[in-house]
Write a protein of this length. Structure first.
Ligand code: BG6
Length: 507
């Protein structure tokens, strides 16, 4: 439990073992991120990586594949030969079949050898990037082989990072938590949610609690409602088989979007200690009003995209994607109206929407303030005006915008909205670090603040279970597909806000 906002701290020597090392995530994200950490000297020279998977592969072959991956998927699109040399020396491959205990004996031998050669001191991160159905088995095997704890009489630490999805519903998430707690202490478990590694998501804490001017307004007295938009232009990208069973509520809402939501809604933490921050997040989520079938019908909308056009390119509908049933009922879009029944937020709706194949890739939080209490300026002076909005752009084009009313220059009083803008790119002139880079380093440093705790994973599921159940049992009101690719989702989402006298922002 260390401070959640990282100051320069020194990472200790360690070995990162990646289970599922021949998979997509390893080459797209994990190895490029670890390479950057080495390049930026954020990890010490006493550092090594072991790729582990079922495939027979030599360490040489693995190194060659990873070098290619770094060139293809890193920001720089190249490797620095000097950095690569030292990185490659610490890069190994070991065949591990998740269910085979003998393989863990061999893995343990390799890790000991690496400790001797590289001085990694028995410190280990195990990264579970396998099929989710193997997470519990992998942890069990680590436990039984003695790898889940430092060796008897030795100092050192063992941490386990678990990729998403963490369960597929409340019962399976609870079961997984129970299983892994048999072999690991909660302090060893790092459940990753890459949204928490995004710079702008972390900035939410700084923005809210390092500034004096926003927090006094951050409540039901001044805020009319909050909109969170998480829009993607991509479809299911060849993952039709997975997505059919998931849908957007499981894939994005209960994890990524709820993490962002909890940071918007939480109370100020007592300190930046990881437990204080996570305590406040779960406290906020505990006060989320439960979804009843009536509320789901009246205040939530599901959607599925049909064919359409994105950036001038024709794209197929969801049901035409590979691995998707021609009559699929899986939702690729969802909108929820959420309420926090607590003192700060009583009566303030949080409108949340997330979807694939929408008009634009954007994730943003828009806080809409109440109107000025007295209308001094008549409507004839208003050229165009919406109430004040504070927009926090999580991605892309990261930044914060405040929309305020201003007088249009001239002899008569005319009023219009203008933007006060902060852009990360312009203000800091540097490339933002990849989420995985930040999160991997946090784990190596022993800081779980930006990882999901047991209670948060279960609470996310608890909130969405009634929706998943209701939607599984009933058909959508407007038959699927009910929105065209390249639009802002089903018409019902716009109608719903309109009925409340509000309007979705067009980011
Ligand atoms: C993943 C989901 O967790 O997040 C994908 O499984 C989704 O379906 C992705 O596309 C979005 O991540 P980002 O960082 O591009 O917003």
């Amino acid at each position: 439990m260390r401070a959640g906002v990282r100051l320069e701290r020194t990472a200790e020597p360690c070995v990162v073992v990646i289970f599922g090392a021949t998979g997509d995530l390893t080459k797209r994200k994990l190895v490029p991120a670890l390479y950057r950490l080495v390049q930026e000297r954020l990890v010490p020279a006493e550092f090594a990586i072991v790729g582990a998977a079922r495939t027979e592969l030599s360490s040489e072959e693995f190194r060659a594949n990873m070098k290619e991956a770094i060139v293809q998927f890193s920001e720089a699109k190249s490797v620095d030969e000097e950095v690569w040399e030292s990185f490659a020396q610490g890069l190994h491959y070991q065949k591990v079949d998740i269910g085979t205990s003998e393989d863990y004996v061999k893995l343990a031998e390799l890790l000991e050898r690496i400790d001797g050669e590289r001085g990694t001191q028995g410190n280990r991160v195990f990264y579970l990037s396998t099929a989710p159905s193997l997470y519990a088995e992998a942890v069990k095997q680590l436990g039984q082989s003695g790898l889940a704890k430092p060796k008897e009489g030795q100092k050192g630490w063992v941490r386990v990072i678990i990729e998403k999805p963490f369960g597929t519903d409340l019962a399976s998430a609870q079961a997984l938590n129970r299983d892994i707690h048999q072999h690991l202490d909660e302090s060893q478990i790092y459940r990753i949610d890459h949204y928490l590694g995004k710079e702008t998501v972390q900035n939410l804490l700084v923005f809210r609690f390092a500034n004096g001017i926003y927090e006094p307004l951050w409540n039901r007295q001044y805020i009319d409602h909050v909109q969170i938009t998480n829009a993607e232009t991509v479809g299911v990208e060849g993952r039709g088989g997975y997505y059919e069973k998931a849908g957007v509520v499981r894939d994005m809402l209960q994890n990524h979007v709820f993490q962002v939501l909890s940071l918007v809604a939480m109370e100020p933490p007592a300190s930046l200690n990881s437990e204080s921050v996570r305590d406040e997040k779960i406290k906020a989520m505990t006060s989320v009003r439960p979804f009843t079938p009536e509320r789901i019908r009246a205040e939530c909308v599901r959607g599925q995209y049909g064919a359409g056009s994105i950036n001038g390119k024709q794209v197929p509908g969801y049901r035409e994607e590979e691995g998707v049933a021609p009559d699929s009922a899986t939702e690729t879009f969802a909108m929820l109206t959420m309420y926090f029944d607590n003192w700060r937020w009583s009566g303030v709706p949080f409108y949340i929407r997330s979807g694939k194949r929408l008009a634009k890739r954007v994730t943003e939080i828009a806080i809409q303030f109440k109107d000025a209490p007295h209308k001094l300026f008549g409507s004839e002076m208003m050229e165009q005006m919406t109430p004040n909005q504070l927009i926090i752009r999580v991605q892309p084009d990261e930044g914060i915008t405040m929309r305020v009313a201003a007088k249009v220059p001239g002899q008569v009083t005319r009023i219009r909205d203008v933007n006060m803008d902060f852009r990360y790119g312009a203000s800091f002139g540097m490339q933002l670090a990849e989420a995985y880079e930040r999160l991997l380093l946090d784990c190596i440093l022993g800081d779980p603040t930006l990882y999901a705790r047991t209670d948060m994973t279960e609470r996310g599921w608890e909130i969405v279970m009634p929706i998943l159940e209701e939607w599984a049992a009933t058909k959508a009101e407007a038959p699927f597909p009910n929105y065209e690719a390249g639009t802002w989702g089903p018409q019902a989402t716009h109608d719903l806000l309109e009925q409340a006298g509000r309007r979705w922002r067009r980011p």
